[in-house]
Ligand binder design. Structure first.
Ligand code: RIB
Length: 293
């Protein structure tokens, strides 16, 4: 099974605080840590840790952060041959505040902004023999559209995790195999007034809405609404939990799991990932997820 991620690669700079600051307030942080992140890279690492063959497509800078995140991807077993190293761009940086069992993230795109349509055109023929291509919204939206259109034409399965929130056209949604927004992203993409069950039934086994600590929900083809309940975990850091969920879901569905089984697996993997600090450090192996099931 070969999976490709076309997406962002960041260095995460995380400050832990006792509580989230208010607008205009200065708070003292407890610690500052640097760790590899980026929604694209996180999802690639989550899948590699679960035993998939994963290729990352994206861009980093020649700076020390670029070297560190590239080295990390390789160490985690992700293929990095198609990642472009750009001299004039800094590696993407995420400023993360962790506190109150949640996080706040600001991303400075840097080299991720150069994962543009030109780059996509240069790599897209490489995607032809992949079982699935996975995208997020931390690269230019035109690139996401280009890759989705390419995959649809070639009959390659494609999953879009539309984070951070941005509009996705109905036409593009039609071309996706799976779309995995959280509740906030669902509101932006589909409009808040829509009844969730009606929405889920409109896109059966395509629209998967993640609900953080409340699990996830999907409409099945037999019209059942399948809700995966919350997982009991000792939360240290929720950063990367959504990425773990997406990575685990894609691996299991590509392996041939049913929708229900893939979501159960992904939900447990995401819960486990919150038990350690950092986006990637807590991502579980297949054995760890199975033992928790
Ligand atoms: O989803 C978590 C990720 O969002 C972090 O690793 C950070 O880099 C941002 O991209």
């Amino acid at each position: 099974m070969k999976l490709a991620v076309v997406g962002s690669i960041n260095m995460d700079m995380t400050v832990c605080v006792e509580r989230m600051p208010k607008k205009g307030e200065t708070l003292l942080g407890e610690s500052l840590r640097y760790a590899p992140g980026g929604k694209g890279a996180n999802q690639a690492v989550a899948m590699a840790k679960l035993g998939a063959e994963v290729w990352m497509f994206g861009c980093v800078g020649t700076d020390s952060n670029g070297k560190a995140v590239l080295g990390n991807l390789a160490e985690q077993g992700v293929h990095t041959d198609y990642i472009q190293i750009l001299e004039k761009e800094p590696t993407g940086l995420a400023l993360i505040t962790v506190g109150e069992n949640d996080n706040m993230i600001i991303v400075v795109s840097g080299a991720n902004a150069k994962v543009d349509v030109d780059y996509a055109q240069s790599i897209c023929s490489k995607l032809d023999d992949f079982d699935m291509v996975i995208l997020q919204h931390e690269i230019p939206l035109e690139t996401v559209e280009y890759v989705v259109n390419y995959c649809a034409e070639k009959g390659i399965k494609v999953t879009l995790n539309p984070a951070p929130a941005a509009k996705v056209s109905e036409e593009l949604i039609e071309k996706l195999t799976y779309i995995t927004p959280n509740e906030l992203e669902t509101g932006l993409i589909f409009g808040k007034e829509k009844n969730i069950n009606t929405l889920l039934q409109k896109y059966p086994e395509k629209l998967i809405i993640t609900r953080g600590a409340q699990g996830a929900v999907v409409g099945l083809k037999n019209k059942e609404i399948f809700q995966i309940p919350a997982n009991r975990v000792d939360v240290v850091d929720t950063t990367g939990a959504g990425d773990t969920f997406n990575g685990a879901f894609c691996v299991r569905i590509a392996k041939g799991d049913t929708m229900k089984d893939a979501l159960r697996f992904a939900n447990i993997a995401a819960g486990l990932s919150t038990e350690k600090f950092g986006a990637q450090a807590g991502m579980p192996t297949e054995e760890e997820v199975l033992s928790r099931i």
